[in-house]
Design a protein around this ligand. Structure first.
Ligand code: ATP
Length: 310
């Protein structure tokens, strides 16, 4: 199967700074591919080279079988793109702007724009510059989706969207995939990628530190847990929780008549829940895995392997 995106040894330098170090990445047709990483990891740089907004220092990039530098308008019509920093400042209404874009991107099926605007809840009769950040982002998404391109390249597509709209967006992405379109999206929010992507690449400092299907990367395995128990026997609580596989950095501190417990939890959460059930739980917070922490663990492991190989 020919890849929709094929990146080989992509290197990008801005002056003295290297933003991408010999990146290899393939995206297969009909999949949702998530590019994830902390700020400054190189996500935007990677996506921009795919639409020829910036040019590689070296390496090769093929998009839908073409070199983006030579594909021109014909290639661009086959792609829907949402840039990371979307600027919509015109006096024109959303409708007029999208109508203009449809002349550039190619035909849009009747009713599609209104249908997408309804789904996302944006008023296209208003001048785009008067729209809020989130609503501008919705116009950007409509622009990318409306001509049902073969490939969607979406840079931080949910920035500014409220949680309800984020879910609507995720549904749109899945429908696009189910209709045979290919989606490449970037995010620095782990849960967003986990909920939508089939495959993931984790970028850190311009290098891919992990790549694979979402489940196998087990990125979400480290959570921070905070519990308040109506219990006074700190030694007993400490003993119970320190025996649970995956619990680390356990701290137990008394506060009035309760015990405050905090820990990191790696792997399955069920043993912790079962252990908690023995006590009277006053409060419980399980924080979403932190991307920086997960990436650091991966990155740390990679560095260690490289060190070992030297
Ligand atoms: P974010 O999530 O913050 O948008 P990112 O993963 O998209 O980050 P990039 O914007 O691709 O990261 O930036 C990668 C690196 O390249 C960063 O260190 C950034 O400072 C640098 N960089 C990006 N664009 C330029 C530029 N035009 N000139 C100089 N350095 C740049």
């Amino acid at each position: 199967m020919t890849s929709v995106i094929d990146i080989t040894a992509l290197h990008k330098r801005y002056g003295r700074q290297t933003a991408l170090h010999s990146l290899d990445m393939q995206v297969q047709p009909g999949t949702i591919y998530g590019l994830i990483g902390p700020n400054g990891a190189g996500k935007t740089t990677t996506l921009r080279t795919l639409v020829d907004v910036i040019r590689p220092t070296s390496g090769s990039v093929r998009v839908l079988g073409e070199d983006p530098r030579r594909g021109g308008a014909t290639l661009r019509r086959r792609i829907g793109y949402v840039p990371g920093e979307l600027r919509l400042e015109g006096r024109v209404t959303g409708h007029r702007m999208l109508d203009f874009y449809s002349h550039v991107s190619g035909p849009v099926a009747r009713g599609t724009v209104d249908e997408l605007a309804d789904r996302l809840g944006v008023d296209l009769s208003r001048p785009v510059r008067s729209l809020s950040k989130g609503n501008k982002q919705k116009v950007g998404l409509i622009q990318a989706f409306m001509h049902r391109p073969e490939l969607l390249i979406l840079d931080e597509p949910t920035s500014g969207l409220d949680p309800l709209m984020q879910r609507e967006f995720q549904a749109m992405v899945r429908e696009a995939r189910d209709a045979g379109q290919t989606v490449l999206l970037s995010s620095h929010v782990l849960s967003e990628i986990q909920q939508t992507a089939d495959e993931v690449a984790v970028l850190a400092n311009g290098r891919i530190v992990a790549q694979g299907d979402v489940a196998s990367l087990r990125l979400g395995s480290v959570r921070r847990v905070r519990v308040e128990l109506e219990e006074t026997d700190a030694a007993d609580v400490r003993r119970v929780f320190s025996e649970i596989t995956g619990v680390e950095a356990l701290e137990v501190a008394p506060l009035d008549s309760i015990l405050q417990l905090s820990a990191t939890m790696q792997g399955a959460i069920d043993p912790l829940i079962k252990a908690l059930a023995r006590f009277t739980v006053h409060d419980l917070t399980i924080e979403e895995p932190d991307l920086e922490e997960s990436v650091l663990r991966l990155y740390g492991a990679t560095e260690a392997q490289e060190e070992g190989a030297r």
